[in-house]
Design a protein around this ligand. Structure first.
Ligand SMILES: NC(=O)c1ccc[n+]([C@@H]2O[C@H](COP(=O)([O-])OP(=O)(O)OC[C@H]3O[C@@H](n4cnc5c(N)ncnc54)[C@H](OP(=O)(O)O)[C@@H]3O)[C@@H](O)[C@H]2O)c1
Length: 275
């Protein structure tokens, strides 16, 4: 890696833990913070860290990812997803640090019937998506030299993912209802870390979609989870509307990662091959 002063924000989340593990395994020095030691929406705390550490690379894995809670508490989601991103961009600009930031397929309304390329105009339908889009926009208005990667249905070491939740529900129920009208791409944190590192090594800048190829509905993903973990719980297809959740979810938000595959000179595999 051409960077040697790495600041990892949100190091206790799913993606943050994967980065920590990667850096530790490869003897790459970094410092990591999460909400217990640093609030990304507190400009002065952030500035203190930039002033003492002078990072040359900042990887922002922090986020407010509670999609339903964000409907009732827009302000908390906005502070982390939009203001936190803005403050990091301002400080990266001042301290000449390269910023890597992550966004989401939920910036789209899900009305497409083909995969979303970067050229498609976002139109978020819930507060989580709205605050994540504002985060992207703040960064783009402040920096011209940065990397924003949109991900979807992220899973890794943590509980804020569908695999963990499905296994938990299945351990308590003989039968489960799973939506068949919500389609996207399961994306492992290992895949994200590996391709972020490659992108940094190649000096890629800009906004890109970063997910494996293919896509599936929640129901189809649940079928795969059942197979992999020998789960016998019966699953029934239903419509997402039947759950009556506070946040609306896009119907079809599968991202198209062709652009970054060309720059990385790799062909991503189907999501099932990483699962
Ligand atoms: N999870 C998904 O399915 C998904 C899908 C698409 C895109 N993404 C994006 O991918 C990135 C990584 O997501 P993830 O799944 O790793 O999320 P995650 O597991 O929820 O991790 C986010 C981390 O940020 C921390 N955090 C929250 N507020 C903070 C604050 N004010 N200051 C500092 N840290 C704070 C969280 O702490 P607490 O847990 O204590 O709040 C958590 O440790 C995010 O940008 C997310 O928007 C995720």
């Amino acid at each position: 890696m051409k960077f040697n002063r790495i600041l990892l924000i949100g190091d206790k989340g799913q993606l943050g833990k994967e980065f920590s593990e990667y850096f530790n395994l490869n003897n790459i020095e970094f410092i990591g913070y999460d909400i217990d030691k640093l609030d990304v929406s507190n400009f002065n705390s952030l500035k203190d860290i930039f002033s003492s550490y002078h990072p040359d690379l900042v990887i922002n894995c922090s986020a407010y990812t509670l999609v339903d809670n964000a409907e009732k508490d827009y302000e908390s989601a906005y502070q982390v997803n939009a203001i936190g991103a803005k403050y990091l961009a301002l400080l990266c600009n001042e301290f000449n640090s390269f910023l890597v930031h992550y966004s989401t397929d939920y910036v789209f309304d899900g009305k497409n019937n083909i995969t979303y390329t970067e050229a498609k105009k976002p139109n978020p339908i819930n507060n989580y998506g709205k605050t994540k889009l504002l985060g992207e926009e703040y960064i783009q208005s402040i920096l011209s030299n940065d990397l924003i990667l949109r991900l979807s249905w992220v899973y890794g070491n943590g509980s804020q993912n569908f695999i963990y939740k499905f296994r938990d529900w299945a351990s308590k129920n003989n039968s489960l209802n799973i939506s068949d009208d919500e389609t996207s791409v399961p994306t492992s944190t290992k895949f994200v870390v590996e391709n972020t590192i490659k992108s940094l090594e190649l000096g890629i800048i800009g906004l890109f979609h970063l997910v494996p190829n293919g896509y599936c509905s929640r129901y189809e993903w649940a079928e795969e989870i059942k197979k992999k973990f020998n789960i016998e719980t019966e699953i029934k297809k239903i419509s997402k509307s039947e759950f009556n959740l506070p946040a609306e979810r896009p119907t079809f938000s599968a991202l198209n990662s062709q652009k970054i595959q060309e720059l990385l000179k790799v062909d991503f595999k189907n999501w099932k091959d990483y699962f």
